[in-house]
Design a protein around this ligand. Structure first.
Ligand code: ZN
Ligand code: FE
Length: 252
């Protein structure tokens, strides 16, 4: 039985820890000390490390972790990742903790960005966020729209384990885009309630994202209308997406 918990790191990163009670896998170790402390406290055997993309807050813990645990590091083949031993480019299926894990290429935030899907849990780094999406540091709006569409085609009950706790601020933007979306208003209030109690708002479900995340709603009439108020030329999903992404960059 797979369990998934988080190790908070840096300002707002989540390092995900998957375990079966004995063996463990971690995702995006931006910091080593918290991971080592947790593995020792729980007496887990670390079996592998997954990395979604090259940004430092997702891989800075690798050198110290590898000194202590010489395990395989699965990571994008086309990005610079310390200690990567299993280069991946998407489309592969690997085995982790006795389970199949699908590797999905989702360029946009970075060009080699990968997502990992294991037992209905999606580890999508900084591409799809709860309530939002990552910035386009390397890719184009069209690439990000394609990547988000790939993720949106997964089953509605897929759990979205992203790399940061950004839900509250993301949903504030969602409400600016779609003030009439009652599901967004409800989700936003729930997220604030959870954060006040120090609880994570991650994971969400893909269904929640499809209902309230404007970046997955670029064909919804209300979202298109909001984008057109900023940019009258926004008339297809890619230009609506690009308009929302630029609006979000200014928003917060
Ligand atoms: Zn990043
Ligand atoms: Fe990040």
């Amino acid at each position: 039985m797979l369990e998934i918990t988080f190790i908070p790191a840096l300002a707002d990163n989540y390092i995900w820890l998957l375990h079966d009670g004995n063996d463990a896998v971690i995702v995006d170790p931006g910091d080593a000390s918290a991971v080592i402390w947790r593995l020792k406290a729980e007496s887990y055997n670390l079996k592998a490390i997954l990395v979604t993309h090259h940004h430092v807050d997702h891989q800075a813990g690798l050198p110290t972790l590898l000194e202590n645990y010489p395990v395989p590091v699965y990571a994008p083949a086309s990005e610079s990742i310390t200690g990567r031993s299993r280069p991946l480019s998407g489309g592969e299926s690997i085995e982790l903790l006795g389970m199949a894990c699908e590797v999905i290429a989702i360029p946009g935030h970075t060009l080699g960005h990968l997502a990992y899907l294991i037992s209905g849990a999606l580890f999508c780094g900084d591409t799809l966020f709860t309530g939002g999406c990552g910035r386009l540091f390397e890719g184009t709006p069209a690439q990000m729209v394609d990547s988000l569409a790939k993720l949106a085609s997964l089953p509605d009950e897929t759990l979205i384990y992203c790399g940061h706790e950004y839900t509250e601020v993301n949903l504030r933007f969602s409400m600016a885009v779609e003030p009439g979306n009652v599901l967004t208003a409800k989700r936003s209030a729930e997220a604030s309630f959870m954060r006040l109690r120090g609880r994570p708002t991650v994971p969400s479900t893909l269904l929640q994202e499809k209902q309230t995340n404007p970046f997955l709603r670029c064909s919804e009439p209300a979202v298109v209308a909001a984008a057109r108020q900023r940019n009258p030329a926004a008339n297809d999903p890619v230009s609506v997406f690009a308009t929302l992404r630029e609006w979000k960059n200014e928003f917060c």
